[in-house]
Structures are given as structure tokens and as C-alpha cells.
Design a protein around this ligand. Sequence first.
Ligand SMILES: [Zn+2]
Ligand SMILES: [Zn+2]
Length: 304
Amino acid sequence: MEIKLLAFDSFGVRSQSTFVQTRDAIIHIDPAVSLAPLRYKLPPHKREVQRLIECAKVIEEHARDAEIIIVTHYHYDHHDPGKLVPIDIYRNKIVYIKHPEVKINRSQMQRAARFLNLIKPIAKEVRIADGNSITIGKTVIKFSQPVPHGVNDRLGYVVEVSISDGEQKLLYTSDVEGPPLPEQVQFILEERPDILIVDGPMTYMLGFRYSKKALEASIQHLKKIIDAGVKTIVIDHHFMRDLKYRERLADVYKYGEEKGVRVICAAEFMNRPIEMLEALRDKLYQEEYAPGEIPDNIKEILEE
Ligand SMILES: [Zn+2]
Ligand SMILES: [Zn+2]
């Protein structure tokens, strides 16, 4: 299979947009991208807005080629109601979505309803992902049961996605923030992927919205996943908003090295420079005071 990581936090935006091509299917997971509306009390810098626009273009181009589009939950860095990435990407596609009414919080339920109204008239078919699976030739796509978005379900639930082409297996966790919970790890241990794309611990909020305990649990879980035979772990998204990311997971990097498992971020996977623009926002402003120009219609989708 060919895996292209299109937009991630290590590229300078908020996203985990992933494009997978097997002999049997072209699949795009979470075709959307966003920015933190405020970091260090500063709005996005010009360079971040430029990167946001670039990434949105790349996502749009790839999504147009996809046959299957997967939406793992309804945060704006994972689905876009046509603000930055045109809704037309869903035209004639099979769309797998996180259940819009079951195991979902109120804000995501509202967004899901709005999103469904937009895509239903143009998609070929809209199917519920939760616990579902589909086989196309040798390609099998499996979805986990909904798991909490982080340490609890305050932010709702996400579905994890496993894609196998018969030779290789990729697993995409979506927003698990760690993963700190056993139920988020269960699907990974059952599926035993070769490549794991995981949303790492939210350590830039350590001691505020993310506890030491959650970090400790995530470290134990990541080690367990290494023991289960994964070959490459791509750890990114919430994790790559912290400039100290390497020391936060020093244990995991060391354990991976001992076991011959690559632990890298999305930028490294794609052989591009690591550009943690959000975490560097205060420095960017010191270099050049240049707030990005953000059109009003895009402001709405600037969030996690
Ligand atoms: Zn999310
Ligand atoms: Zn996210």
C-alpha cells in the first residue's frame, strides 16, 4: 500500500489527514485541516495561515481521487463543512462516518447533522463506520467501536480505522490523546498493525487539561503496542504541539529503539522538515510581527 500523510501538526497545522492507496481501493481519512485560534494568547501567524491554505489544497486534490472517504469524528480538523476544503470532494464517494447520533457529545451531534445535510445529496452512499467493516478484493477496512476522544468522553468519541491490503496493515487511531485508556488500545492490540498512526499524549496541556497520570498510562500503552509487533509508530497531532515532545516520551523512544521499532512523527515519515509552527508561534511573532489574514468564513473552523 502507498501511504501519504497529507497534513499533520508536525507540518505546522492541526490535522491527521491520511491518504491510502491499495491495489483495490483509494481511501482518504479525515480530509480537513485547522489551526489553533489562540496559542500563547496569539492568533495564527502568517506562516501558519499560508501552510493551512497549502495543506487544504493538497487535501482537496487527494480527496478528489479517493473512492472512499472516512470521517472519524466531527471536529473541524477532521471534517470540513465546505469552508476551506470544498464539500464537492464528497461527490459520488462512499463515505464512512462516525455515527452522528450514538456515542457522541452535543456539539459534535449538531455538527454531524449539518455535515450530513451537506454530503447526503452528493455522496454515492453514506455508511456508519462504528464497528463496521468492508472488504474490497484483498483490501479490508475495519472500524473500531467508538472510543473516547482523550481521557474521558467530554469531547465525544472517535472511531479508529484499520486498513489491510493483505500484505501490510495500517491503523489510524484518530484523536485518542495518548492513548491513555485501555479501550483505545484494545482495537490496536487485536488488529496488530505494521504501521500505527497515533494521536500522542496532549503534553502541551500537561498539568492543566492533561494529567501526569494520563501521560503515564499512555507510555505504558505505547510500550505494549511496541511489544505487539508494530514496525513503525507515527506519533503526532496533539503530541506535536509540545516543543519538549522528545523528553515527554523518552521512555517510548528508548524502548522502540531497543525493540527495533521506528517511532517518528508524520513529517519524518514523509521525509520533510519538522515544522511545529503552532508550538513556535510566539517565536514566529518575535521574528516578524505578522498575524495571518483569516477570512471570516474560515474563522469558524479554527479549533482543535
Ligand atoms: Zn478531535
Ligand atoms: Zn484532531
